[in-house]
Design a protein around this ligand. Structure first.
Ligand code: SF4
Length: 300
């Protein structure tokens, strides 16, 4: 993480591209909190890269005066991994939505967790596909009623399976999934609570290794969940111990309570640290003397 002595203002961090999100979209709150975090941590924008996939959240990099890459659907993590490995001095934020992170790109999560690359994944979870006009996503509740859900006998049926009208689809639990994958920093925040969101984002950036922040970021146009989350959002209990993985998992499973805060945190060497160590202390296995017999075998 590179910091700067120059004091930046929010106006310096805003790009010339104005956000085109719908009025009231939760993503505005996330953008403001990211600006605030950059300023509070005195991050140098010339050493900051924001990588995104597809979806309303995918527009994020365009609005920030920093390096950015708007990639393809679900592939933000591999792009961010390459960015970080090419230049480990960069602070790399990954901006995505529930579609990107928990559906089409979900297969990248366990591997980013295993590698523990120093990336901060900010997942703006609105439980809907907003950009494509409101289809249920992996985190939609099974009784979600939106214009694209199946109608049967005149009534909408939630995330009903197309082949079996009696079956609805259970939402994934992103926090439990992340803890299960052993992501080293797992937190949840709410876009309508900027102070807490800002604190969590800063802690996630400062965490050396892969971090995932699920930000509840309601979609005012297709699935407005502000009232629901205002009602159920509450901080994790004061006695919560984020180093206790089992406890974190138990709290993640309490889905009727909208716990906010850092569920799980575990410090371990990041991938870049391990690569740097390997390069600075070459082992015998990589020494020319060890490779020479192998090369000779192929020459014969
Ligand atoms: Fe936000 Fe929904 Fe509009 Fe997309 S469609 S910009 S998620 S309010």
């Amino acid at each position: 993480m590179i910091t700067t002595d120059v004091k930046y203002k929010v106006s310096d961090l805003k790009s010339d591209v104005k956000p085109i999100w719908c009025p009231g979209c939760g993503d505005f709150g996330v953008l403001s909190a990211v600006f605030r975090a950059i300023i509070d941590l005195q991050l140098d924008p010339s050493h900051l890269a924001i990588i995104s996939g597809i979806g309303c959240s995918g527009r994020f990099p365009a609005f920030v005066n920093a390096y950015g890459f708007h990639g393809i659907h679900g592939r933000a993590l591999p792009l961010a991994t390459g960015t970080k490995l090419a230049n480990p001095e960069l602070t790399v934020l990954v901006a995505g939505g529930d579609g990107d992170a928990f559906s089409i790109g979900a297969g990248h999560l366990p591997h980013a967790a295993r590698r523990n690359i120093d990336l901060t994944y900010v997942v703006m979870d609105n439980s809907i596909y907003g950009l494509t006009k409101g289809q249920p996503s992996a985190t939609s509740p099974s009784d979600v009623l939106v214009q694209s859900t199946v109608k049967h006998k005149g009534r909408r049926k939630g995330t009903v399976g197309l082949l079996n009208l009696a079956q609805t689809l259970e939402p994934v639990n992103p926090i439990a999934m992340a803890i299960g994958y052993n992501i080293g920093f797992v937190a949840r925040a709410f876009s309508a609570r900027p102070k807490e969101l800002n604190e969590i984002l800063k802690a996630a950036v400062l965490h050396r290794g892969f971090s995932l922040v699920q930000v509840i970021s309601p979609c005012t146009t297709f699935f407005d969940t502000y009232d629901l989350w205002r009602e159920i959002a509450e901080p994790l209990p004061e006695d919560h111990d984020p180093s206790d993985r089992l406890l974190a998992f138990e709290r993640a499973l309490e889905t009727d309570r909208g716990y906010m805060g850092i569920f799980y945190r575990q410090e371990r060497p990041s991938f870049e640290d391990q690569v740097a160590k390997l390069v600075s202390q070459p082992s015998d296995a990589f020494a020319p003397t060890a490779i020479a017999p192998l090369l000779d075998a192929f020459r014969r």
